[in-house]
Design a protein around this ligand. Sequence first.
Ligand code: UDP
Length: 460
Amino acid sequence: MATVHEAPIDGDGRRRPHARRVLVFPLPFQGHINPMMQLADVLHSRGLGVTVLHTRFNALDPALHPEFTFVAVPDGIPADVAATGSIISIILAMNAAMEASGAVDDVLASVLADEPAACLFIDANLLAVQKAATALGLPTMVLRTGSAACFSCFLAYPMLHEKGYLPPKESQLCTPVEELPPLRVKDLFLSSSNNHEMVRKVLARATEAVRNSHGLVINTFEALETAELDRIRREVDVAVVLAVGPLHKLSTRGTGSSLLQQDRSCIEWLDRQAAGSVLYVSFGSLASVDSGELSEVAWGLANSGQPFLWVVRPDLVRGSDGTGLPEGFDRAVDGRGKVIPWAPQQEVLAHPAVGGFWTHNGWNSTLESITEGLPMICRPQFADQMMNTRYVETEWSVGFELEGELERNKIEEAIRNLMSHGDVMRESARELKKKVATCLESDGSSVLAIDKLIDYISSL
Ligand code: UDP
């Protein structure tokens, strides 16, 4: 006879959980929302009900996910902090407000009173939510939306201070961090717009949220970050550490969690371009440039002679009301270049016309590029983007960093190096793409990790 925790086996031979529900609570930023909603979709497709807890700040649109239940949680982020756009300040303010008000405790208690849940998946930056759940006896699981290397760096932060790597000193920026190869001091999780103590506090809270949880789920795959995952498993004592990425390939929904309207006209435009000819350029949802840099990027793209699709977000240019593309640019690139405010990025990267990606190396963009076998020009700005670049360049050999001032001649040369002379990188990217395909097979590491996750949820 089956015990209460044994899950039924479905027609496809996969273990299905009892009809149960999970809660998910993403951090309200695009790069964190996307993987959490993809995970929610994967769990839902395996038979679990999903309730999405969300803040009013950067709120999701429930109409785009009729299959999920949505519950708003007062986040208490002061308007002046929200207006700074500083992710670190917003994380700290939001957690402090939630801890002070007890609002999350009340919402969670009421959600659980309506219907029990097996567990709550939280972003690692939501320690306040983790504590509220624990107080109610609800197990938490953390979804890390960055790389395994990034979380491994978080775990090492106290050691990095003890050994004097941090806070970073100008003279030591190129010093290798022997304990975390291939990183150098300047690749560590740093931010020029926030003071170092704030960063240190946020990372300590993120590791605490993981250590207090039952399990850790990371949007990466085993073959990509074997050593980094091993390191985490050695250092963190939780029931499961699972590499389930790339989640956007396991989820059946391509859209639905975008905060900005995606301009789909670019797909028809790509359909008219030659295979592998287009450079896709996007700096994600948060990175920005000044107006001088925007102009250099524009002329670098124009002068390269290469077809390109460029995402110029409404707030891409710091301290400006508009995108302010330079005079004469439209004429110079007519028919060869397309500028849009926001792309259906995963679809763009998978399009046969796209042959390369100029990226800021947010983890989602990096993983999405690897998934499609595209080589990258890397232009990191803050947080984990520098370490992602370092891995792209030295560990996986699928791209190179564009360093120093943004200057049109250098940009033109980088584009030529990527699109016309990048055969070695392209070959490495193709090899990595094969590894992605393998981990997504029915007995591949990421699919088996999802199986394990479902079993684990069923056992809770
Ligand atoms: N994205 C998108 N359209 C765009 C640019 C980005 O849909 O025009 C998506 C992209 O696919 C990725 C996310 O936004 O899933 C950005 O996350 P990432 O970690 O790369 O960078 P962040 O925005 O957090 O810096």
